[in-house]
Design a protein around this ligand. Structure first.
Ligand code: NAD
Length: 379
């Protein structure tokens, strides 16, 4: 399989979402990070790109240099991911789409609906793809919900309860932290903070699962911490095209809520409930019936859910990341050996042949014990 050439703008060292993009783009081996302008600080961005394996001549100080350097290359990038702060998405997406690149842009796509309309128009004119990273729609059981709704298993959808509430912007002492401050600055974040930042995932998921588009909404925005100009809590009612009503709560001040993205869908023939913090199980209650738990990885799920489920049933979605930690440890130790230096002691917890030996002894002892009526066997 030839790897697709992948470019990245933003998502530099220490960013929140950059590592998630790099892990997910490399998970199946489809994409190779080939060119990048990763950071608002040009030198830091270039050196981190080289550290990540990008050739020096394709590690750029900013996106304009990257566009100039990449647009006429014969070995063109297949996809460019934009993971910069919101206010830059429109300008960068437009420039790369107009230059003929396919784009995966972080949400929100732009700062205004007018800008988003321009992006949609450019994609229609050029035939370029502009995907938007509503990444939670990739969960197998979210796809299962959508498939069940589309198949009519819930009947007409009456009500959707969508939430994305966390408590990480609740500390007034932290309000000036630059990583938090830009999200409440209208210059950088636009007309909305927590709805644009977090609640928009719940909004997208509600529409995605219902298979309906929004027609009108009514919102109550509140700013509860310090002198924030934008909302840190919102309650929104949304009417959807086939008559469903979505009630959406989003908050950044819900202390104790971690990453509370949840969706409940209530139709005339049954209800579904899913929580992103427990993504392996979907609760399905047929009208007047008992609640059933649908497990990710079950071959009897919809083809959409089966396609999205690449890990065996019962193995949590994070399993490949746990495996990646073993490789992460080994890489540290192997590099240290090459350099003749001491490895980070935190990297020394990977299982070794000694663990393999204890396992084999345990298996043999267990078999022996089982044969002798559960007698104690020394190891
Ligand atoms: P962040 O502040 O942690 O990181 C932003 C990164 O972009 C930094 O490395 C910064 O140096 C770099 N950067 C800033 N301006 C740049 C520019 N002009 N050119 C190149 N690099 C630049 O922000 P974050 O939390 O990672 O958020 C980035 C984007 O991702 C936001 O739009 C946010 O809404 C989105 N996001 C999406 C999800 C999701 O689930 N899809 C989750 C978190 C964040």
């Amino acid at each position: 399989m030839t790897r697709l050439k992948w470019g990245m703008i933003g998502g530099g060292e220490g960013s929140q979402i950059g590592p998630a993009h790099r892990i997910s783009a490399s998970l199946d081996g489809h994409f190779q990070l080939t060119a990048a302008a990763l950071d608002i600080d040009p030198e830091r961005g270039k050196s981190y790109a080289v550290q990540l394996g990008v050739a020096e001549d394709r590690a750029y100080g900013n996106w304009q240099e990257m566009l100039a350097g990449e647009r006429d290359r014969p070995d063109r990038l297949d996809l460019v991911t934009i993971a910069t702060p919101n206010a830059t998405h429109f300008e960068i997406s437009r420039a790369f789409l107009e230059a003929g690149f396919h784009v995966l842009c972080e949400k929100p796509l732009t700062m205004t609906a007018d800008e988003a309309e321009q992006i949609v128009a450019i994609t229609s004119e050029t035939g370029r793809i502009c995907a938007v990273n509503y990444g939670y729609s990739g969960y197998p059981l979210v796809r299962q919900m959508r498939a069940m709704v589309a198949e009519g298993e819930l009947g007409r959808i009456r009500l959707i309860k969508a939430e994305f509430a966390h408590g990480f912007h609740a500390d007034a002492e932290e309000a000036d932290n630059p990583r938090i401050r830009w999200r409440y600055d209208p210059e950088q974040a636009g007309t909305s903070a927590v709805f644009a930042d977090a609640g928009i995932h719940a909004f997208h998921m509600a529409c995605f699962v219902a298979g309906q588009t929004p027609t009108e909404l009514s919102a109550d925005f509140a700013s509860m911490v310090g002198d924030r100009q934008l909302e840190d809590d919102a309650m929104i009612n949304i009417r959807l095209s086939d008559g469903a009503l979505c009630r959406l709560w989003t908050s950044a001040i819900a202390v104790g809520r971690m990453h509370g993205l949840t969706l409940q869908v209530f139709g005339e023939k049954g209800g579904l409930s899913w929580q992103q913090q427990h993504p392996e199980q979907l609760h399905w209650t047929p009208l007047n019936g008992r609640t059933q738990i649908l497990e990710r990885g079950d071959a009897a799920l919809s083809p959409q859910a089966v396609r999205a489920s690449r890990i065996p049933i019962g193995h949590a979605e994070g399993m490949p990341v746990a495996f990646a930690n073993i490789y992460h440890d080994l890489a540290e130790v192997l590099r240290a050996k090459k350099l003749g230096s001491a490895a980070d002691p935190l990297a020394l917890d990977y299982p070794t042949a000694l663990d393999g030996l204890w396992s084999m002894r345990a298996i043999e002892a267990a078999a022996k014990s089982a044969k002798s009526g559960g007698a104690w066997v020394g190891m």
